[in-house]
Write a protein that binds this ligand. Structure first.
Ligand code: GYE
Length: 355
């Protein structure tokens, strides 16, 4: 009896021990589960490279693709914490944001500036705080080049000249008297490098080939604004042959304005059509319109700067100085297959023919 009851007790004790052990394990796991992520987050945050990105806004398809590229690149999985800020087209917002980045002691500041001028003070503050500054897309016009580490983006003047050369080739091929060509320029955000470069490229070509720059208006890189300014231009002028849109979204607005005025869009200007040329080639909509011949020529502008900026940060992390200015290679799109190549400054650029 004694033996049996002892055995029973042992068994009971074993069961209690087992139950207790399970409880303890469950408890520890539960505690563990609650605590592990905390410590992981802490450890991760310590290891993550913190990047503050001041973006222009969300005015165009190009801009949205650019934002996405940065967000896809600077992820936690890739070892980064991205602090993203949309300036809604205002430089004053960007200046405030950069000051916040400095206060938060981010590891890198990435700046896509709205306009070129007005950066000296805030970038001096970043330099003072010893935070590297990488400029993307548009450039900054500063008195001292050491106020930013490097810049990566497009050669906007070259883009403009490419479109200019394409137009010239088209006029020559189609025996159009260039002195009789009337062009209007729907400019992007005034003072932005892309606007300055593309308008500059057009002026160079207009001077060279004797085109008449009939009028210009600010389209702010948006569809809505371009539609509005184009409607006004159509009310004022009845002899517009070519509309030079400084991005595709402006071209969308210009198409709406021309079509609502009951006019025809296309490259056959000798037959009264209005020809549209533009920049970016990022959205499907733009490529489709180029295929339809509503946009005759698009100079590509590449927005995928995320991986480029990452490379720059990786080299700075290793203490290697990146190139001060990095220009991206870009193509030209058209569905008009009679022009296969154009030349700017004796360099040949092939045209990507859209089918
Ligand atoms: O072409 C336009 C955008 O600066 C390259 O800005 C950028 C321009 C781009 O809003 O679509």
């Amino acid at each position: 009896m004694e033996y049996i009851s002892i055995m029973k007790r042992i068994k009971l004790n074993n069961t209690i021990v087992l139950i207790l052990s399970v409880c303890i394990v469950l408890y520890l796991t539960a505690c563990g589960e609650a605590k592990v992520p905390d410590t992981q987050v802490l450890e991760e945050t310590e290891d993550l490279v913190v990047v503050g990105f001041s973006q222009v806004g969300a005015e165009s398809d190009w801009r949205n693709a650019n934002t996405q590229s940065m967000k896809d690149t600077f992820t936690r999985e890739n070892g980064y914490e991205l602090i993203f800020s949309d300036a809604q087209q205002k430089q004053s917002n960007q200046i405030t944001t950069i000051r916040t980045f400095i206060q938060r002691e981010v590891d890198y500041i990435v700046l896509a500036p709205v306009t070129e001028d007005g950066w000296d003070t805030v970038l001096s503050e970043a330099k003072e705080a010893d935070i590297p500054v990488i400029v993307v897309d548009r450039q900054v016009n500063v008195s001292d080049d050491s106020l930013f580490d490097c810049w990566v983006g497009s050669n906007f003047r070259l883009e403009g000249e490419k479109v200019g050369e394409w137009l010239h080739r088209y006029f020559v091929q189609n025996e159009i008297d260039e002195a009789g060509v009337n062009i209007v320029n729907i400019k992007g955000t005034l003072g932005a490098s892309s606007q300055i470069g593309r308008s500059g490229g057009l002026s160079i070509s207009a001077r060279k080939y004797n085109w008449n720059l009939l009028a210009e208006a600010e389209g702010e890189y948006t569809q809505a604004r371009a539609r509005e300014v184009m409607t006004n231009l159509l009310n004022k002028y009845d002899n517009i042959n070519v509309v030079y849109c400084e991005n595709d979204n402006e071209a969308f607005g210009v198409i709406e304005a021309i079509e609502s005025a009951g006019l025809k869009i296309g490259p056959d200007i000798a037959d009264g059509q209005i020809m549209i040329v533009s920049f970016d080639g990022v959205s499907e909509q733009a490529i489709e319109l180029a295929k339809e011949g509503k946009i005759s020529c698009i100079a590509e502008c590449n927005p995928l700067h995320g991986p480029r900026v990452r490379k720059i940060i990786e080299s700075l992390e290793k203490g290697v100085r990146p190139e001060k200015f990095e220009y991206v290679d870009e193509s030209i799109y058209s569905s008009i297959d009679s022009i296969r190549e154009i030349q700017v400054d004796e360099k040949a650029y092939p045209i990507t023919i859209l089918k």
